[in-house]
Design a protein. Structure first.
Length: 352
C-alpha cells in the first residue's frame, strides 16, 4: 500500500503523452536501415541532377557538336599525334600574289582560323569522358539530359497511375455494391487488352511528347494498383479499428484515408516502385518505335535506339552510358522503396 502511495504522480494539468505517429515512426526505422539511407541518397542525387538539368545549369549544350564524330571516351587529354595533325592547316602561297588575287590578304587569316578551330576540336574530342556520339555530341551531357526525361516520365506516369488506381480501388473496396461492380467492369475492359496494343493505341491518339508519354503510361498502368488497393480495402474495412472509428462518428473519408490508407501505404509504395521500372522500360520501347519523346528531346530510350546502330561499328560507349545511368537509378529506387515498405509495414511495428 505504501508503494502505491509513494509512486510519482503526474502534475496537475499536464498533457498525457502522445503516441508516436505513423510517419514519424517510419522515418525513425528508415534511418536505422543503412541500405535504405544510401539508396535514398542516390535517388536524391538523381533528383538534384534533374533539377539542375531542367534549370539549364548542366547538360545545357547536349545538342551541340563539341567533338569529332564517334570520339572514344578518355580522360587523358589530347593525344600528341592528334594535336600535331590538328596544327597542320591549309597553307597559302609563299609568294605575293595580291596583285592578281584580291583574296590573297585573307589567306593568312583563314589559315590561322582553321588551325585554331582544328586544335580546339581535337582537344574537345579527346577529353570527352563518356565519348561522343555519331554527330560529335557529348554522350555524358546526353545521359544527364536523358536522365531528366526518362526519370520525369517514369515518376510522373507512376504517380498519376498510382493516384488513379488508389482512388478507384479504395472506392471499390470500401463501398462495394454498384460502385464496385462498375469499377470491376472498367478494370476488366482495360485488362482484357494486351498492354503493348493499348500503349500503341493511346500513342496514336495523344501523339509524341514527354507529357503525352506520361499520360499514356498512366492510363495503361493503373490496373495493378487498383487490384491490390481494392483487396486491401476490402480486408481492412471490416476490421475492429475501422468499426471503432465509425462508432465514434468518424466520417467515411476519414475512415478511408486517415485510418485505412496509412495501413496499406506499403503495398502502394511497392507497386509504385514496380511501375517506375516498368514505365521506364515502356518509354524505351515507345521511343525505339518512334512513338515516345519528340525528336528534339533525348531520353535513355532514344540513346539506346541510337546505340543499336553504333554497336555495329564497335562504338559501345553510348550504350554503356545510358545503361549505367538507368541501372543505378532503378536499383537505388527499388531498394529505397523496399526499405520504406519495411518501415511502414504494420506487421513490423510490434516487433520493435
Amino acid at each position: 500500500m505504501s508503494a502505491v502511495l509513494d509512486s510519482p504522480k503526474a502534475p496537475v494539468g499536464a498533457k498525457p503523452p502522445r503516441s508516436e505517429g505513423v510517419w514519424h515512426a517510419a522515418w525513425r526505422r528508415l534511418r536505422a536501415d543503412r541500405v535504405g539511407m544510401v539508396s535514398l541518397a542516390i535517388v536524391l542525387l538523381f533528383v538534384v541532377m534533374i533539377v539542375l538539368s531542367a534549370g539549364g545549369l548542366i547538360a545545357k549544350s547536349w545538342q551541340k557538336e563539341v567533338g569529332v564524330p564517334s570520339a572514344p571516351p578518355t580522360f587523358m587529354g589530347p593525344a600528341p599525334k592528334t594535336e600535331a595533325a590538328a596544327i597542320e592547316g591549309p597553307k597559302g602561297p609563299n609568294v605575293d600574289i595580291s596583285d592578281v588575287d584580291p583574296l590573297a590578304p585573307r589567306y593568312k587569316e583563314w589559315e590561322e582560323r582553321a588551325v585554331k578551330y582544328k586544335t580546339t576540336e581535337a582537344v574537345k574530342a579527346e577529353t570527352l569522358p563518356f565519348g561522343g556520339d555519331r554527330l560529335g555530341r557529348d554522350v555524358l551531357a546526353k545521359a544527364l539530359k536523358g536522365t531528366q526525361t526518362s526519370v520525369f516520365v517514369g515518376l510522373l506516369a507512376a504517380l498519376v497511375a498510382t493516384l488513379i488506381g488508389t482512388l478507384l480501388g479504395a472506392l471499390a473496396g470500401f463501398f462495394g455494391g454498384k460502385v464496385g461492380d462498375f469499377l470491376e467492369w472498367l478494370y476488366s475492359v482495360f485488362t482484357s487488352i494486351p498492354e503493348i496494343l493499348l500503349l500503341l493505341c493511346f500513342a496514336a491518339v495523344f501523339g509524341r511528347g514527354i507529357t503525352s508519354v506520361a499520360i499514356i503510361l498512366a492510363l495503361v498502368g493503373w490496373t495493378g494498383v487498383y487490384r491490390q488497393v481494392r483487396a486491401e480495402f476490402l480486408k481492412h474495412s471490416v476490421r475492429d479499428y475501422v468499426r471503432s472509428a465509425e462508432a465514434v462518428g468518424a466520417s467515411t473519408a476519414s475512415r478511408m484515408f486517415r485510418h485505412i490508407l496509412p495501413n496499406v501505404s506499403h503495398v502502394i509504395l511497392v507497386r509504385m516502385s514496380l511501375l517506375v521500372v516498368s514505365f521506364i522500360k515502356f518509354e524505351v520501347i515507345l521511343s525505339y518505335l518512334g512513338l515516345g519523346v519528340g525528336v528534339d528531346d533525348v531520353s535513355w530510350g532514344t540513346m539506346l535506339a541510337e546505340a543499336q546502330s553504333e554497336l555495329i561499328l564497335g562504338h559501345w560507349w553510348q550504350l554503356v552510358a545510358a545503361t549505367a545511368f538507368m541501372a543505378v537509378f532503378v536499383t537505388a529506387f527499388s531498394l529505397f522503396t523496399d526499405a520504406l515498405r519495411d518501415a511502414l509495414d504494420p506487421k513490423l511495428r510490434g516487433l520493435e
